[in-house]
Write a protein that binds this ligand. Sequence first.
Ligand code: PAP
Length: 340
Amino acid sequence: METLELTNNKAQENLLDEIKELQLSLPNETWFVWPMYLYQGLWCLSYILEGIISFKTHFQAHDTDIILASLPKTGTTWLKSLIFAIVNRTKFSDDFTQHPLRTKNPHALIEHLEINVYKEVNGNKPDLSEIPSPRLFATHVSYLSLPDSIKNSKCRIVYVCRNPFDTFVSIWHFFLEFEPCKGIKPDLVMMEKYVDKFCSGVSPWGPYEDHVLGYWKESKKNQQKVIFLEYEGLKKEPEAHLKRLAEFLGYPFSEVEEKNNVINKIVELCSLKSLKEMEVNKIGRLSTKFENKILLRKGEVGDWNKYLTPTLAKRIEEMQEKLKKAGFSSSYYQTNLITS
Ligand code: PAP
């Protein structure tokens, strides 16, 4: 995957120019140090816009593909490790001592379509035909913005959602640790400004509610196609969730595997504690701007309580109310700030 071969044609050459022109006409906002553009209902960081458009234009799904979809900071790294470990489990020894997760960050094992695969390809089309089945990819784009070939093929989509309070706090910490943003001195006024943006839908790959509702509705319509998971549910009942996920992916655990504790071994291997202990996640980098360790923070449910003032929490709870009105409420996470 690291040496993707590029193929060219006239249409692809034109794509870059079109993107540049398009940028001038799109609504824009600022997110920390970057412009962000509203492209077909999705807020895109400027440096990923090209990747999003190229992905949407060129990606051809295979029926056997597995696509992890999520908003940033909702459990992507965790799900990447779990999906990789489930699908490839028979290739490694029972105790997983030589497992690739011990030497590679989960993001290096399952690449992001718009962030890695289709980014900085200069309008070209990466050749993904050599990747063996099942191809494992990830994306942060909303259901609405997915390429048609993903929607129309039999490929499977794993979606993970996280409560908006912890999602916001995790985004907040992440961007302040991200190297281009180092030097920013956050205060309450700045946090209020970003809570406001987040709640108005203006956050990377947002709006949050549209994202969650898009995949949730699709998971209700087509259970073979989309599995909808919750970060909080995975934390509470990891083994039950792993069993469900493995069945959905077409890699169910056998009775022998269950007896041999394979599910628990995968849960342990992919736990935050275990990933944090790997050397690659202590000192490794995914790019010059990105230390692996900033992806692995606390992983707690309810950590937001330590950072959000009651006023800010109420503002975010209004988003949860909007989700409820649309028919979605979390099976694992509810607050009742508004009524309390
Ligand atoms: P990404 O979108 O940049 O890939 P993502 O992995 O979705 O980020 O989210 C990071 C959050 O997941 C962090 O949450 P926190 O800021 O509240 O701590 C991170 O700690 C948490 N996380 C990462 N890996 C795991 C894991 N294996 N188990 C549980 N939580 C995890």
